[in-house]
Design a protein around this ligand. Structure first.
Ligand SMILES: C[S@@+](CC[C@H](N)C(=O)[O-])C[C@H]1O[C@@H](n2cnc3c(N)ncnc32)[C@H](O)[C@@H]1O
Length: 292
């Protein structure tokens, strides 16, 4: 099979003023061939699965989920894991490089992934049918740079769900980065020492990270620093009836200042006046997907 008709760029282009690049469409030219290949080569899926544990699988099973839409499939890690756990999975992503890699990884694990190239803002134009769960993992939602795009994407996720479906979305803990400034700008390592991630620039509208690989090559991602309470409120405003937020321990195992949050937003309507809308669940037993 012809491996890929896609361009094989190895250099990202942020122009002369990289910290001014703050628009949602940028993600497509951030995940270029070189970055995707390097990332996938160096992230050990086994180590990632072990560090994440069965948290997502347990939460999905607990809710009787059968059909899942992985809207940020990336290189396919969660799609493959969930297929192997017996779920029915559709893998979507807006990046052609990511989807191509996910498909290739799927076949290498003995699966033909059901893939759809779809941008979240127009998700239901390209993905049809209803799902018991939508997952948006690996700090992906941070790629949306305007509130309008975030609302639209969440509304599309909501619409893709069955009447009692659930959205699982994780995010980096940007509150500590925004509030504590440089002191919280520590280096993050993923699944061993292969990928080093460091914030290069953080302000209210941008978290620019640099990813450095053992061969010295480096790539960037320009992301929007999502505050935890902001995401919870947005989910509620688009119609989710209850949002449970879990905190992980991540690499540092700090309970009061976790690296990641996981939001589980339920569509199910509880017809009781004092039913809590936003619930902090404390710490999840294991760390979640450590990628962004
Ligand atoms: C940080 S990666 C995470 C991939 C995967 N979930 C993981 O954990 O390994 C973020 C993914 O979100 C996708 N993405 C970002 N913005 C998107 C959008 N507006 N629509 C669809 N996909 C998007 C990117 O193409 C990329 O594959």
């Amino acid at each position: 099979m012809n491996s890929s008709p896609l361009p094989k760029e190895t250099e990202q282009d942020y122009g002369s003023n990289p910290t001014k690049v703050r628009h949602t469409d940028k993600y497509k030219s951030e995940y270029i061939h070189g970055f995707v290949e390097k990332w996938d080569e160096l992230i050990d899926w086994q180590a990632r699965a072990e560090s994440e544990g069965s948290f997502f699988i347990d939460e999905l099973r607990k809710r009787g989920v059968k059909r899942i839409l992985d809207v940020a499939a990336g290189t396919g890690f969660h799609s493959v894991r969930l297929l192997e756990a017996g779920f029915d999975v559709v893998s979507a992503d807006g990046s052609p490089h990511m989807l191509a890699k996910a498909f290739q990884n799927g076949t290498e694990h003995g699966h033909i992934l059901s893939t759809v190239q779809a941008d979240w803002r127009w998700l239901n134009r390209d993905v049809h049918g209803k799902f018991d769960a939508v997952i948006c993992l690996g700090n992906s939602f941070t790629h949306l740079h305007s509130e309008r795009d975030r609302r639209k994407a969440l509304a599309e996720f909501y619409a893709a769900l069955r009447h009692d479906g659930v959205l699982i979305l994780d995010q980096r803990n940007y509150d500590s980065m925004l509030d504590d400034g440089f002191s919280s700008k520590h280096t993050y390592y993923y699944c061993g020492d292969n990928v080093k991630a460091e914030p290069e620039h953080v302000d209210d509208g941008l978290a620019r990270f640099r990813y450095t690989f053992p061969d010295g090559s480096s790539y960037n991602l320009n992301m929007f620093p999502l505050r935890k309470a902001y995401v919870e409120n947005l989910m509620q405003e688009v119609g989710f009836q209850q949002v449970h937020t879990y905190a992980d321990f991540q690499e540092t195992y700090r309970t009061e200042n976790p690296d990641f949050y996981i939001h589980i937003a339920e569509k199910h309507y509880h017809n009781e006046p004092d039913h809590p809308v936003i619930v902090d669940e404390g710490n999840a037993p294991r760390k979640p997907a450590g990628q962004d």
